[in-house]
Every structure is written in structure tokens, then in C-alpha cells.
Design a protein around this ligand. Structure first.
Ligand SMILES: Cc1cc2nc3c(=O)[nH]c(=O)nc-3n(C[C@H](O)[C@H](O)[C@H](O)COP(=O)(O)OP(=O)(O)OC[C@H]3O[C@@H](n4cnc5c(N)ncnc54)[C@H](O)[C@@H]3O)c2cc1C
Length: 404
């Protein structure tokens, strides 16, 4: 069974339906992994944050018959799913945030399938992968690299894919159904619970009233919102630094040609800096190329402390040993630091065992009329799958509550 058929079968089974075999015919999926029962008691629901968790919650609640308002601080939707296009020419693009989709993330793949988005492998099966260890450069053949894993508990490289036209197409597909419901550049600053509902005030002086709230904000920026009454002690402690987050920074460089291909290199590799090097444009229709370094934790903090010029020179100096001639071939550089992003404040949660034990189970707990979503409320830290699951869970809580 092909992956697509497998997902279709799983979705239909979840929805209690059977897959009717119709050879050579395109089967149209009309259900999502998060489908809710239609309500006969619609509620007014305010969702804070138009990242993928807020969007999926809004999408499913609206389909179930509820009235949805989504308040988003940024002037764009998608949150930490951000496909960078604009600074680059020739139609090339790269992911600043969510990039790889493992083949066991059924919910993510289920929505991709539902919206009929095409997938491509994340890693190419041609050209050599390059590694630089102790200043020594060597090549890894693609067959060998694809069977390896980016980290020990991960699926293999060959089991990762990406949305062909950019991962932002998934939040965009959800947004298309919610255009009238989403208010951009509308940061929430206070949430007040009353006996019969909730009141949200925004930085623009607007007030929104509703029956329920879904708050999807990542913990590092949740302290920009005041809650009345206060949130539980566990949530407050987690918000105030008790639940560690990782930093992550990507620095992207464009080149008018893919000069590295002359040496048989495919533009992907790793160094013991440590860093992962990607060539996101490998399957994009252009002769130009884009290379990026993916820096995490200490290396991201180090890179964030430098100004753009110094940071770029440092990376390109190192890369001269990886892609000879790189310094003379770069036309543009672009850095995206998630720690410096006003509405994210960090990459994703990386709690210690003690932090997880102390706070993990309380982050997604309902408090009065406020439901909590976001990838940090699930075990899938740093994955779209977690964000989607949390949005569906919060939507279900509200929908089930309305039924009873
Ligand atoms: C560097 C990086 C690499 C990643 N790699 C992958 C990957 O390869 N594969 C994968 O599946 N996932 C990956 N992820 C994780 C994935 O991007 C996230 O799990 C997911 O996008 C989180 O969605 P969310 O809705 O929980 O949060 P967010 O996307 O953070 O959404 C929260 C939203 O709330 C908004 N907001 C903040 N404050 C306010 C306010 N006061 N009022 C209103 N709105 C507000 C924000 O602007 C944002 O839009 C990566 C993330 C990062 C940062």
C-alpha cells in the first residue's frame, strides 16, 4: 500500500468509514484527522495565536459549527512555520522553522494529504554529502547517508519529506478557510475570566468577548499576557523560565550558481562546529542555489551575539573548507534567529527530566474557560505533529463540553 493510500485508510477508519477500492480513480478525502462532531450548541471561541495549533483548532471548530475569532500578534500567520521567500530572487526559498516531516507523523501527513499538497524527499539521493571533522573534509555517498539518521532516536534521512512548494502551504491552506476569522497584528495583552465567559484585550485597544479561549502561545512569550485570575502556580513557574527552551538560528546564503555541484557535492553536509548544512533549493526550479547552516543551542547563542557581517564571514570562512570558492560566490545572506523573534522568544522546549516531571502534565490543563494548546503541551516538542495534536485536543475539549 502506498503511503498516501495508507493515510487515507487510517483517516477513513478513524472516521468509522471503509475505503472503497476504486482502481485508477482519485479518491477524494473529505475528512481530516481532527474531524469534530457537528455541534447543536455553537460557542464563541477566541483563539490566541495563528500558528498551526491555533489554525487547526479554528478550522475544526468552525467546521463543527462554532464561531471562531483568531488573534495573531504578527502580520502573518504560521508562527514557527515560516518559509523565507522575499529576500531571495529566482523563486528560491528555504524554511526558517519547521522543515522536515518524518514519515511516522500521521497527523501532519494527514492534513497535507487532506489539502492535496505534494511532498518531496527532504534529502536528495544524488551527489555526495560532505563532512568536515577536525578540519578534514570527506564525502559520504548518498546511499550511505540516507540510511543514517540526523540524531540517534530519529527516523533515517530517507524517511523525511517536505512540502514541495514550501511548508507554509499547510498553514496557508488552513488560513484560506479562516480569512474572515483571523485578525493579524492584534497581540493579546490581557485575558480576564468572568462567570459567564472571557474578555481579551489587545495592544490596539480592542476588546473581544467569548465563551471560551484557546491560548496557543509558546511559554517564552506567554508572560506578555496578563491573566485575571492568575494562572496556576505550575504554569506560572514554567512560563517564568522553569521549562527550558532551545535556541535555534538559521543563516542562509544564495549563490547565482550551484558551483558545488562541479565537485560532485549536493550541498548538504555537516561539520563538527557542530552544524547541519542544507541545500533546500536542490529540487527547486532554478539554476541559483541556497545553502544554509542550522545552528542550535550554544552555537545559535554564539551566532546571535555577532553582527550580521561578522557572523557571515565566520560561517563562510569555515565553509571555504567545505565548498571551496564559497566566499566569492555568495550574493545574499539572511539570518533568522528564533530567540530574537518578538513573538516566539526561542526555538522549542527542551526541558530537563525534573522540569518535565514538575510542569509537563500541567501545561495543557484547562483553567476555567481557558484551554491551552501549542506543541509545548504535548510530547512532540519541536514538531508540527505536536502543535496539530494539541489544537485538535483543545478543539475537542470545547466541542465535547458544548455537547454536554
Ligand atoms: C528552528 C525550528 C526548526 C523546526 N523544525 C521542525 C521540523 O523540521 N519539523 C516539524 O514538524 N517541526 C519543526 N519545528 C517545530 C514547529 O515549527 C512547531 O512545533 C510548530 O510550528 C509550533 O506551532 P504552535 O502553533 O504550537 O506555535 P507557534 O507556531 O509558535 O504559534 C504561536 C503563535 O502565537 C502568536 N503570538 C505570540 N504572542 C501572541 C500574542 N500575545 N497575541 C497573539 N498572538 C501571539 C505567534 O506570533 C505565533 O503565530 C521547528 C521549529 C523551529 C523553531
Amino acid at each position: 500500500m502506498k503511503r498516501r493510500d495508507f493515510i487515507r485508510t487510517s483517516l477513513l477508519a478513524t472516521a468509522g468509514l471503509t475505503l472503497i477500492s476504486c482502481e485508477d480513480q482519485e479518491i477524494v478525502i473529505d475528512d481530516t484527522p481532527g474531524r469534530l462532531t457537528k455541534t447543536n450548541n455553537p460557542k464563541d471561541i477566541i483563539i490566541i495565536g495563528a500558528g498551526i495549533s491555533g489554525l487547526v483548532a479554528g478550522f475544526e471548530l468552525k467546521r463543527a459549527g462554532h464561531n471562531v475569532t483568531i488573534l495573531e500578534a504578527r502580520d502573518r500567520i504560521g508562527g514557527r512555520i515560516f518559509t523565507v521567500r522575499e529576500p531571495f530572487s529566482n523563486g528560491i526559498f528555504a524554511e526558517a522553522g519547521a522543515a522536515r516531516i518524518p514519515d511516522n507523523h500521521d497527523i501532519t501527513l494527514g492534513y497535507i494529504d487532506y489539502f492535496n499538497l505534494s511532498l518531496n524527499p527532504f534529502y536528495p539521493d544524488g551527489g555526495n554529502y560532505t563532512q568536515l571533522l577536525d578540519g578534514e573534509k570527506s564525502y559520504i555517498e548518498p546511499d550511505v547517508f540516507l540510511e543514517d539518521r540526523p540524531w540517534p532516536t530519529s527516523v533515517t534521512h530517507k524517511e523525511y519529506s517536505k512540502i514541495e512548494s514550501g511548508n507554509d502551504q499547510l498553514p496557508e491552506a488552513l488560513y484560506e478557510t479562516l480569512m474572515d476569522n483571523v485578525h493579524l497584528s492584534e497581540p493579546a495583552i490581557s485575558i480576564e475570566q468572568m462567570n459567564d465567559g472571557v474578555r481579551v484585550e489587545t495592544d490596539n485597544g480592542a476588546t473581544y468577548l467569548g465563551d471560551k479561549i484557546i491560548c496557543t502561545l509558546p511559554l517564552p512569550v506567554l508572560n506578555k499576557v496578563s491573566f485575571s485570575p492568575s494562572l496556576s502556580t505550575q504554569k506560572q513557574e514554567a512560563i517564568n523560565g522553569g521549562y527550558t527552551y532551545n535556541t535555534a538560528t538559521r543563516v542562509m546564503f544564495t549563490s547565482p550558481t550551484r558551483f558545488w555541484e562541479n565537485e560532485g557535492q549536493n550541498g548538504f553536509g555537516k561539520t563538527d562546529w557542530p552544524e547541519e548544512i542544507w541545500h533546500p533549493s536542490w529540487d527547486q526550479d532554478s539554476t541559483a542555489g541556497l545553502l544554509l547552516t542550522y545552528l542550535r543551542r550554544d552555537k545559535a547563542i554564539e551566532a546571535d551575539a555577532l553582527n550580521d557581517a561578522v557572523r557571515n564571514i565566520q560561517i563562510l570562512n569555515r565553509w571555504e573548507n567545505v565548498f571551496p570558492g564559497v566566499q566569492n560566490n555568495i550574493t545574499h545572506a539572511y539570518t533568522h534567529s528564533w530567540a530574537k523573534e518578538e513573538w516566539s522568544g526561542a526555538g522549542w522546549p527542551a526541558p530537563t527530566e525534573e522540569e518535565e516531571e514538575a510542569y509537563g502534565s500541567s501545561l495543557g490543563l484547562v483553567e476555567g474557560h481557558i484551554h491551552f494548546a501549542g506543541e509545548h503541551t504535548t510530547e512532540y516538542h519541536g514538531w508540527m505533529q505536536g502543535a496539530l495534536l494539541s489544537g485538535i485536543r483543545a478543539a475537542n475539549e470545547i466541542n465535547d463540553g458544548a455537547m454536554t
